[in-house]
Design a protein around this ligand. Structure first.
Ligand code: ZN
Length: 200
């Protein structure tokens, strides 16, 4: 569980970054750039991160608009948060890549603020050309995702969704073995991890 102290650091980090994050989102939205041409968006993100003391690799895997920043140390979990920032021809930021980029930067700043205390490493990866260009595929092929334990991102939608079918997702059915408890008597329940957990 997250300690109150870590939660406070995360809250304070996001509060401090809020104006810059909102500006980043609006600037990217107002300046839609097509795949592989996200020069302004990637420069604004790099600028924001550098202003907060991060070393930013700008240009990666043969793409001048890919980005990488990291914080933490080897030995623990390595988690990447992915930001997309390309737009669609004629439509602009229809599905909200300005929000994806901004939320990824914000989540990275928050995690980076506590990673020295939690252990592990957190990375921000700016991934160009999501709209048909396959920027992430180039990054995978050039080893950018090597050694990562998890990669995550957020995508806005017009409703709450429990599941989303994506081309590159793998489904796992998990069966938890334990004893359920009524809400009035939670102490009657037995936690699954005391009894082991198995994949169905
Ligand atoms: Zn999208």
């Amino acid at each position: 569980m997250l300690s109150a102290e870590l939660s406070r650091v995360i809250d304070a980090t996001v509060d401090e970054a809020r104006p810059a994050l909102v500006k980043l989102s609006r600037d990217i939205h107002a300046n839609p750039e097509l795949r592989f041409e996200e020069h302004k968006a990637s420069a604004w993100i790099a600028e924001l991160l550098r202003a907060r003391g991060f070393d930013v690799e700008h240009g990666l895997a043969g793409m001048s608009t890919a980005l990488r920043a990291k914080r933490g140390s080897a030995g623990g979990a390595r988690v990447a948060i992915l930001g997309e920032y390309d737009a669609l021809p004629e439509i602009g930021h229809a599905c909200g890549h300005n929000l994806i980029a901004t939320s990824a930067v914000g989540a990275f700043l928050a995690a980076a603020a506590v990673v020295d205390r939690t252990g592990g490493e957190v990375l921000f990866l700016g991934t160009p050309a999501e709209e048909g260009g396959g920027g992430k595929i180039r990054m995978i092929e050039r080893g950018v995702f090597e050694g990562l334990d998890a990669a995550m991102m957020f995508h806005p939608f017009d409703r709450d969704m429990l599941a989303h079918t994506a081309l590159a997702s793998t489904w796992l059915t998990m069966k938890f073995i334990g004893a359920p408890a009524p809400a009035a008597a939670p102490h009657d329940g037995r936690l699954p991890w005391r009894h082991g957990m198995r994949f169905a």
